[in-house]
Design a binder for this molecule. Structure first.
Ligand code: FE2
Length: 184
């Protein structure tokens, strides 16, 4: 019998952590659960098929009690995202196959001027397969990855139905992206 850490165990452990510690205090522990899940070699074949197909976004798990979602993104071609936040949601981001270059950004202005935002790069690192990174509500980041990259996002709330902020660092602008309308 396989002893691999399953999606069901992940959802149960994450529910227990959130109930016991709350958010954001429990997010570091949720990251640990996700890293265990990322080490399950059969995770994607079990939930997506064998071989796992590329997918823009597939939800493989949801816990109604905590509204935690588990999303798989499998990208055939490399890409770079806009600099963004996640609206009212927290996100734990883990790489399954190939790394993502992760950039965290700090907002310097106070947000009082409509459409204006000034950001500076706070931290840049490679999120390697098997590793996960936590983004609390309000954290700002961008991602860059190469071909054939699979990553998993665990979100508190359904971020893809929410309004989030999208930044242009060079132009010093910010706009609202309505993800339910496919804007991101
Ligand atoms: Fe994000």
């Amino acid at each position: 019998m396989s002893t691999d850490y399953t999606l069901e165990q992940f959802l149960a452990d994450t529910r227990a952590t959130i109930k016991a510690k709350g958010v954001p205090s429990g997010l570091a522990e949720v990251r640990g659960h996700l890293e265990k899940l990322l080490h399950n070699p059969e995770l994607l074949t079990k939930h997506l098929g064998d071989p796992p197909p590329y997918t823009r976004l597939t939800t493989i798990g949801h816990d109604p009690e905590t509204d935690v979602h588990v999303l798989v993104h499998g990208r055939e071609k490399g890409s770079t995202s806009a600099v963004h936040d996640h609206g009212p949601c927290w996100v734990v981001y883990g790489n399954y196959k190939n790394p993502t270059r992760m950039r965290r950004w700090r907002r310097l202005d106070d947000g009082s001027r409509p459409g204006y935002a000034e950001l500076e790069l706070q931290k840049e690192f490679l999120n390697e397969p098997g590793q996960a990174a936590v983004f609390a509500v309000g954290d700002i980041h961008s991602i860059e990855f190469g071909d054939d990259t699979f990553f998993i996002r665990v979100t508190g709330g359904d971020v893809e139905t929410k309004q989030t902020l999208k930044f242009d660092v060079a132009k010093k602008t910010v706009e609202i992206a309505d993800r339910a309308q496919g804007q991101r």
